[in-house]
Design a protein around this ligand. Structure first.
Ligand code: NAI
Length: 278
């Protein structure tokens, strides 16, 4: 299997790394060399840690040797499966899939790691809706078990089978769902994170207390504000907007504080500042 990944950020880098760990040949594309270099550094650190803990088959260098980095989309032509993990923006993703639909060989499957954007509309843009699917990994990809597999309106049984098997070969547990705003994971998770942000805005409690209450009281491994910072506040806002637009109900309205922090460039861990300083 030749595996393609578009976007070398938090998610794309993780997906590429795990695909290479599973023995696949991987091509990773991003728009700038510096983004590829940053992704490569993160992967090398992660692989070294796994190696030290005895949880890596082979050496980090062997795994990295299976990954090709490129700024040219044309290098996706021979891939059997291409997973997209770029910015959570429908127009930008649709434009990318329009191009990939022309570039990737006819039998190749296209998948999106989107958190919330309708799979069916991206599938239409790709021009190969039967061979299109949502393959939603969790962050951090090397450590998290789940892959949410989202069937679009026209996704074929064969595409769903191949993607499910590929996720299993990557050591993950794929679980199926259908194409509704936010799918299952973010429809349930994101309103909780948004509510925690609203609690900060209203002065219900300090961020540390909100996170502590949810960790100790609900047995969550991570508080909601820590998790929002980890996901990226820009991504959280984009998902809330999709939920609000797609489901209509007022309970999905993004918190004004979330909007303000994104406008201020406070995106969480990746920008160094969110509800906490990194
Ligand atoms: P990120 O901001 O860390 O990385 C995005 C990468 O895509 C950047 O390196 C950027 O240069 C690149 N990119 C942007 N436009 C591009 C284009 N046209 N062509 C090629 N590369 C392009 O974002 P992150 O967190 O990795 O998210 C990516 C996707 O994964 C989003 O759709 C997000 O909703 C989804 N996702 C995010 C999760 C999270 O916890 N952050 C969890 C699961 C899914």
């Amino acid at each position: 299997m030749k595996f393609g990944v578009i976007g070398a950020g938090q998610m794309g880098g993780g997906i590429a790394q795990v695909a290479a760990q599973s023995g696949f040949t991987v091509v990773v594309q991003d728009v700038k060399q510096e983004f590829l270099a940053r992704g490569q550094t993160v992967m090398e650190k992660s692989l070294t840690k796994l190696h030290e803990k005895g949880r890596l088959e082979g050496t980090p260098a062997e795994v990295m040797g299976r990954i090709q980095f490129t700024t040219s989309l044309q290098d996706m032509a021979e891939c059997d499966l291409v997973v997209e993990a770029i910015v959570e923006n429908e127009a930008v993703k649709a434009d990318l899939f329009r191009q990939l639909g022309q570039i990737v060989k006819p039998g190749g499957i296209l998948a999106s790691n989107t958190s919330s954007i309708p799979i069916t509309s991206l599938a239409t843009a790709s021009g190969r809706p039967e061979r299109f699917i949502g393959m939603h990994f969790m962050n951090p990809v090397p450590l998290m078990q789940l892959v949410e597999v989202i069937r679009g309106h026209q996704t074929s049984d064969e595409t769903a089978r191949i993607v499910t098997e590929t996720a299993q070969q990557m050591g993950k547990t794929p679980l199926p769902c259908n194409d509704f705003p936010g799918f299952v994971s973010n429809r349930i998770l994101m309103p909780m994170l948004n509510e925690a942000i609203q609690c900060v805005m209203e002065g219900v409690a300090e961020p540390e207390a909100i996170d502590g209450i949810m960790k100790l009281g609900m047995n969550h491994p991570m508080g909601p504000l820590t998790l929002a910072d980890f996901i990226g506040l820009d991504t959280c806002l984009a998902i809330m907007e999709v939920l609000h637009r797609g489901l209509g109900d007022d309970k999905y309205r993004p918190s004004p504080l979330l909007r303000k922090m994104v406008q201020a460039g406070q995106l969480g861990r990746k920008s160094g500042q969110g509800f906490y300083t990194y």
